[in-house]
Design a protein around this ligand. Structure first.
Ligand code: TLP
Length: 344
């Protein structure tokens, strides 16, 4: 199978498996796992934030961040295709009791401008029961096709939000892809964000885990929420060890994933009935519209599966994601098979 459903499907590398086998461990609920502690310290150092917390998933990292920054009844502003809004099973309402104010990104990039955000702000006036409590950003933006938010853009939003005492959370599940594509460091891309979540288990290839970053005070509180939500993981050094390898080694390979995604997009763009803006594929996510092929995306994904290719069906679109377990020649095979299916 050539698995292009997501970069979450990667298998741990031999170096990760070896590090896992040899990991020094302790009880992390007591803060005594040396490998988890090392991973957290190293992540904080790389992102130039005061503190970091190892959490089981990106969703938990994001949901804890929303909880830290908001009060029940607040609103949070997020781009309308954002992961926190669409793919975290209404965690924001269950865990934090907040309402989401989704905002359309008019240029389609998934990255809201301050003008778009400010039009959606609610302040403390008697006829609104809800006040804006948080702005959530996403870099890269998954469902806008892995688009990158620049360091300057992020900094401008943070400055303007902070000027009116609003915190900013960055869902940086794929922030290392954004760094590779933009040439900025992950620290630059998240410089003024109050909290940042990034995933070790996507393009970086670790089997499990995400990191939540922020001030020492916020991360202290985040630890309590992690435990409360069932994320106290005991001898978690076994998985943190793979996370450390992912953090140090995997960013180097991301440009190859991006080149493979571009090649995939170029191949797909040639096929009849498919529309995709190739130049917008700048990281590892390829989303293309199949409406004019005369077939549904469910049909196409089923046929792809029978021919050994896995992709995700999104209504009129299909998503394919490159990662280190997919080679250039496999990407080319995927294009050939898709061509055959569309022509059939
Ligand atoms: N994304 C997954 C699915 O949930 C859609 C994927 O295959 O892309 N933020 C962003 C931007 C994400 O893309 C994801 C996962 C998460 C957060 C959540 O991470 P996990 O899966 O670790 O909870």
């Amino acid at each position: 199978m050539i698995d292009l459903r997501s970069d979450t499907v990667t298998k741990p590398t031999p170096a990760m498996r070896q590090a896992m086998a040899e990991a020094e461990v302790g009880d992390d609920v007591y803060g005594e796992d040396p490998t988890v502690n090392r991973l957290q310290e190293r992540a904080a150092e790389i992102f130039e934030k005061e503190a970091a917390l190892f959490v089981p998933s990106g969703s938990m990292g994001n949901q804890i961040a929303v909880k830290l920054h908001t009060n029940i009844g607040d609103e949070i502003i997020i781009e309308e295709r954002g992961h926190i809004f669409n793919y975290e099973l209404a965690g924001t309402s269950f865990i934090s009791g907040v309402m989401v104010r989704p905002v359309k990104s008019s240029d389609g990039s998934g990255h809201l401008t301050w003008k778009e955000i400010s039009g959606a702000l609610h302040s403390d006036v008697p006829y609104y029961s809800l006040m804006t409590g948080l702005i959530c950003l996403e870099n890269t933006h998954n469902f806008a096709g892995g688009s990158v938010m620049s360091a300057d853009h992020c900094e401008e939003i943070c400055d303007k939000a902070h000027a009116i005492s609003l915190p900013v959370h960055m869902d940086g599940a794929r922030i290392f892809n954004a760094a590779a594509a933009s040439g900025s460091t992950v620290a630059e891309l998240t410089r003024k964000c109050d909290t940042v979540q990034f995933c070790l288990s996507k393009g970086l290839g670790a089997p499990v885990g995400s990191i939540l970053l922020g001030s020492a005070d916020l991360i202290k509180e985040a630890r309590v929420w992690r435990k409360r939500l069932g994320g106290g993981m005991r001898q978690a050094g076994v998985i943190a060890a793979a996370g450390l390898v992912a953090l140090e080694e995997s960013p180097k390979g991301l440009l190859e994933d991006h080149a493979n995604a571009r090649r995939l997009a170029e191949g797909i763009a040639e096929l009849p009935g498919i529309s995709i803006e190739v130049e917008k594929v700048v990281t590892n996510i390829v989303i293309f519209n199949i409406a004019e092929t005369g077939k549904s995306s469910a049909e196409i994904c089923e046929a792809l599966k029978s021919d050994g290719i896995l992709a995700i069906d999104f209504g009129d679109s299909i998503r394919m994601v490159t990662h280190y377990d997919v080679s250039l020649s496999e990407v080319e095979t995927a294009v050939e098979i898709l061509d055959k299916i569309i022509a059939a």
